[in-house]
Design a protein around this ligand. Structure first.
Ligand code: CU
Length: 492
């Protein structure tokens, strides 16, 4: 009797101990997302987060750099002087009450009073000058130009390339829009919070020589505004013009956190670009489902049929169809095979086999309460370190915890293989790669943009839970600090 009573008495104690252990583990892991103060250029050793640790590492890095020839601040890496045409924009971040087209009123954070903010349209080669004003976002705001290979100082990362812009202040970004394509912009201060509240927009770089292939085009930006899914700010869907026989370029942007699958009903189509980069000789698709990871963009070229309209649907945004053209509804189809870029299009002639100098393996997964890279989270993850000119092979595996759209700042990488099978269609260049559980990809990256760059999951909730690290060039420093002390928390 006595021993049984002891066991019963022990159960609540055990439960309390387990709960306490879970709570302590949770807060122990979460501290990594909100370090007190750290310099992102110099956290070369895992596990060091305190001030003393940081000073030690800056000393170490300084010693290394004195051997390799000095330091360059990210701040000094700016767009080169040029006679390129200048395109100027002003974007004001502010708290706004939005009236949606479904009659609902939502509190949002907007650029120029809307979410998405103003669609920025520039031409390839333009010098783009954008002044960000923060009216009243208390935590501060930045703008990151997703997919654009900007100089380090213009990347818009709070605590890495600048301080978050406080209310009443401004910051001017300048970059050359070198590569035509579909891009987007969003705040990179407390990104999972601020993007979710609406601080984002589309950025389209039109080619200098207009393509004859499409005669009209439409941007469709999907976002999650609080609990409401929107396309171009609408809660009801999108209608776009399209004449029978016309080729329409549809620029699909997934600015939410979850993977979206799109079904084109009533027309055949081609995937002509991914993340702004044209595919070589893309084949005609009929009924293929197009999966677009968070942060990714797909440009579809759709032939409007003679008989009626084309409807593009997604199960994750059932009430937000895109309707192109007019006439009778297409026959509803469930869609067929998932689109795969492994063998889509054709290889480029004389495409060289790529040699690499450095290799990194990244396992995207989950470690108790954090979304992890190689089992570690954010400030604990050692950076990938490169020097200018390096050819880097990055092996990315998704070992669990959901879809992980893998995003690299400041660079475009080439996808070499998936699960051991080399790509044998068009070359594929991306800034964001959708990975699903069990998949392994080999990526090739040329270290051609010296700086300090974030590498993170573009499910921004995962990034805020730790799946965020650095790609650092040797000898580059930053005067900015991440942490609760400075208030710069890029991926919270
Ligand atoms: Cu993820």
């Amino acid at each position: 009797m006595t021993s049984r009573r002891t066991v019963y008495a022990g159960i609540p104690v055990l439960v309390v101990i387990l709960i306490a252990a879970a709570v302590i583990t949770y807060f122990w892991q979460m501290r990594l997302q909100k370090p007190l103060d750290m310099n992102m250029a110099h956290h070369t050793m895992a596990g060091m987060t305190g001030m003393a640790g940081m000073e030690h590492m800056e000393h170490m890095a300084g010693m290394e750099n004195s051997l390799t020839g000095g330091e360059v601040s990210c701040d000094s890496l700016t767009a080169p002087e040029s006679s390129a045409p200048i395109r100027k924009f002003e974007l004001t971040a502010a708290r706004t009450t939005l009236k949606l087209d479904n009659g609902k009123t939502v509190k949002a954070w907007t650029f120029n009073g809307s979410s998405p903010g103003l669609e920025l349209r520039v031409t390839e080669g333009d010098r783009v000058v954008i002044t960000l004003h923060n009216k009243d976002i208390e935590d501060g705001v930045t703008i990151h130009w997703h997919g654009i290979e900007v100089p380090c100082s213009q990347d818009g990362i709070a605590g890495l390339t600048q301080d978050a812009v406080p209310p009443g202040s401004q910051f001017t970004y300048t970059f050359i829009a070198t590569t035509p394509g579909t891009y987007w912009y969003h705040s990179h201060q407390m990104s999972s919070i601020q993007v979710g509240k609406g601080l984002l927009g589309a950025l389209i770089v039109e080619p200098k020589a207009k393509s004859a292939a499409s005669t009209s085009e439409t941007t469709a930006l999907y976002q999650q505004l609080g609990s409401t899914m929107l396309v171009n700010g609408s809660a009801k869907g999108l209608t776009a013009p399209g004449l029978p026989g016309e080729l329409v370029r549809l620029r699909l942007i997934n600015a939410g956190n979850e993977t979206m699958e799109f079904n084109v009903e009533g027309a055949s189509f081609r995937v002509v670009a991914m993340d702004g980069h044209d595919l070589h000789e893309p084949g005609l698709l009929d009924g293929s489902i197009v999966p677009i990871g968070a942060g990714q963009r797909y440009d579809l070229l759709i032939l409007v049929p003679n008989t009626g309209k084309v409807i593009i649907t997604s199960p994750s945004a059932k009430s937000l169809p895109i309707t192109i053209g007019s006439g009778s509804d297409p026959q509803h189809s469930a869609g067929g095979q998932l689109f795969s870029f492994i063998d889509y299009g054709t290889p480029l002639p004389n495409d060289t086999i790529l040699q690499t100098d450095r290799r990194y393996n990244l396992k995207l997964g989950q470690n108790l309460f954090v979304k992890s890279i190689n089992g570690k989270a954010f400030s604990d993850i050692p950076p990938m370190t490169v020097k200018e000119g390096d050819r880097v092979l990055i092996t990315v595996s998704n070992v669990g915890g959901g879809d992980h759209p893998f995003h690299v700042h400041g660079h475009v990488f080439r996808v070499l293989s998936k699960n051991g099978v080399a790509l044998h269609g068009s070359p594929v260049y991306l800034d964001t790669l959708l990975t699903k559980k069990g998949d392994t990809y080999e990526l090739y990256l040329e270290a051609n943009n010296p700086g300090l760059w974030m590498v993170h999951c573009h499910n921004l909730k995962h990034a805020s839970m730790g799946m965020s690290m650095m790609l650092n060039y040797e000898g580059i420093t930053t005067p900015y600090r991440v942490g609760t002390q400075s208030g710069n928390l890029p991926d919270l």
